[in-house]
Design a binder for this molecule. Structure first.
Ligand code: ATP
Ligand code: MG
Ligand code: FE
Length: 335
């Protein structure tokens, strides 16, 4: 079964053709990041306008690269939540029009479920159940993936997402948006123990995260030093901050796995590209005899291949939308 998938939840306009949820036939991603960089973050109205301009060429391109016509496609999957509402509406309405004109079934797909599904592409043998750490620009969840379309939230952030914390810390150090990627690179040359940063915990829930205190601590460290005319070693600041964030993520994730007696661990979302998160979780899992899976780096950020993968399993479970499908800025991954 071949699915044409469309993604427009944030600042990437993307389309892909995926076969049986696992095989990527084509994948096209048009990123707007260079334009949003000018403003230090995503400007919602600009994002919507760029999606409107890019959606037709991007979808056409994905079909051309797949050497397929719409007649050879079996269903259309589209991201309908969560994300920037004006951005989502572009993809949803385009997919609805395409579904109406071709008669193909329309499969509404949840963006975070798709991030998880990127792992089905990178790890052909991976099957639920497993415990997944979903860490992205807007979310930080520990999710029990009981089946392809059945999920239970075990823990989540009470304030900032991990990606957001990385981006804000990086911005304070003058790195361009999205700074998480640059911060990760600079941290490679630093000492993770150079600065002592807090490990905020959430009272009453041992699996929930809190990153705003940690973010504020590093921002204060940078500002206070600048005021005093002290020049900090940037690599050391990046390394210490990255170590602290990864430590928080790892601690709760591994604790949840132990308590739930799960022996299959998976990571997903933009932050799952983080080098330290990948290497240290791999190390911990090897040490404790746990299976560990991650998406290839090119599938960690937003793309439509992952939508085509999750869309396949949503289709199999009977999740088909009618033509009144709407977009939603927020929606639980549990649905
Ligand atoms: P969401 O998926 O929650 O709706 P989003 O789609 O904007 O949000 P993603 O595209 O999944 O987010 O991920 C982008 C985030 O990942 C950014 O915050 C970015 O800084 C972060 N990120 C990407 N690479 C790395 C890295 N190597 N280390 C740390 N953070 C990273
Ligand atoms: Mg993006
Ligand atoms: Fe995302």
């Amino acid at each position: 079964m071949k699915i044409l998938a469309i993604e427009s939840s944030c600042d990437e306009t993307a389309a892909a053709v995926v076969e049986d949820g696992r095989k990527v036939i084509s994948s096209v991603v048009a990123s707007q990041v260079e334009e949003h960089k000018l403003y230090g973050g995503v400007v919602p109205e600009i994002a919507s306008r760029r999606h409107a301009e890019a959606i037709v060429p991007v979808v056409k391109n994905s079909l051309e690269q797949a050497e397929l016509t719409l007649k050879e496609i079996d269903a259309i999957a589209v991201t309908y939540a969560p994300g920037l509402i004006g951005a989502l509406l572009v993809g949803v309405n385009f997919a609805k029009g395409l579904s109406l004109s071709t008669g193909l079934p329309l499969v509404p797909t949840h963006h975070l479920r798709s991030h998880i599904a990127s792992n089905y592409i990178s790890n052909p043998n991976l099957k639920p159940p497993f415990l997944c750490l979903v860490v992205s620009g807007g979310h930080s969840h520990i999710v029990m993936v009981e089946d392809y379309t059945k999920m239970r939230i075990i823990g989540k952030t009470r304030d900032d997402a991990a990606g957001e914390a990385f981006d804000k810390a990086a911005r304070t150090m003058g790195m361009p948006y999205p700074g998480g990627i640059a911060l990760d690179k600079v941290a490679e040359d630093g000492d993770p123990f150079a600065f002592k940063l807090p490990r905020p915990t959430v009272s009453g829930s041992q699996y929930d995260f809190s990153f705003s205190g940690l973010k504020t601590a590093v921002i204060n460290l940078i500002h206070n030093s600048a005021q005093k005319g002290i020049e900090l070693n940037k690599a050391d600041v990046c390394a210490s901050f990255r170590y602290a964030v990864v430590d928080c993520l790892k601690t709760n994730f591994l604790k949840a796995a132990e308590d739930l007696k799960v022996d299959k661990l998976v990571i997903a979302g933009g932050v799952s590209a983080n080098r330290l998160l990948r290497s240290s979780l791999q190390e911990e899992c090897d040490k404790h005899g746990l299976a560990f899976y991650m998406p290839e780096k090119s599938l960690c950020g937003d793309n439509a291949a992952m939508v085509g993968s999750q869309g396949y399993y949503e289709f199999l479970s009977g999740n088909i939308a009618s033509t009144d499908l709407n977009a939603f800025a927020t929606m639980s991954i549990e649905l």
